[in-house]
Design a protein around this ligand. Sequence first.
Ligand SMILES: C[S@@+](CC[C@H](N)C(=O)[O-])C[C@H]1O[C@@H](n2cnc3c(N)ncnc32)[C@H](O)[C@@H]1O
Length: 232
Amino acid sequence: MSIRINKIFTKVSSHYDLMNHLFSLGIDKNWRSETVMKSIEAISKIDHPIILDLATGTGDLAIMLSKELDKLGKKYKLIAMDFNKEMLDLGKKKAVLAGSNKISFEISDAMKTGYPSNYFDLVISGFALRNLDNLEVFSTELKRIIKNNGKFIFVDMAVPDEKSKAFFFRIYSFLMRIIGFFVDRKAYFWLVSSILKFNKKRLIKILSSSGFKEIKYTELKTGVAYIVSGRK
Ligand SMILES: C[S@@+](CC[C@H](N)C(=O)[O-])C[C@H]1O[C@@H](n2cnc3c(N)ncnc32)[C@H](O)[C@@H]1O
């Protein structure tokens, strides 16, 4: 477990949601919603699917998915996992307020979840890939816990491919750092840098080296966010 990363999230937990919406100009809700729709499609033919929201943080993705599945009257098991207690505690409170009582919040490390092999039909995650300290170890664990033919669907932010969009994104990220400076200089410098430094090609290479099939990388409309999915 990365103690340094865990400490950063303890520091930012109380203002994480606000900063998240501010930094994404509120569009993170749309990105999550697209991820939820793809997740529902992925499990539509499965009776009582078992789903994991990895690095759930304050639980937004898990809560949104749970609400949609409840609307559809679908039976499911949904585990929301994170290694940071403060983020997870906020998630639990939000789930209660949202009336989402079917989510099971668990504290654990994405590198070593403690779940049996071939257990989950679907693993989802929001804005966490670039915060994981060892993507190779994570990808191996992911492959182990997903059932054969099961899927992963992750949403995150990265520098857009298109040059003009990438240019504006770099200016925007500078503004994010300035705002972050007044909240928690070190934590937000690291968080913004993690977006700028993130290497998508490396991620796809790691996922395919772990043996995942049908790996798809889709830039969302703004170009700043992407969804990456794949099948075991
Ligand atoms: C940027 S937040 C994303 C939170 C949430 N998924 C969202 O959609 O807003 C990243 C989260 O990843 C968690 N995290 C980072 N490394 C982790 C690990 N190795 N195991 C479990 N959680 C981890 C952090 O504690 C934090 O809550």
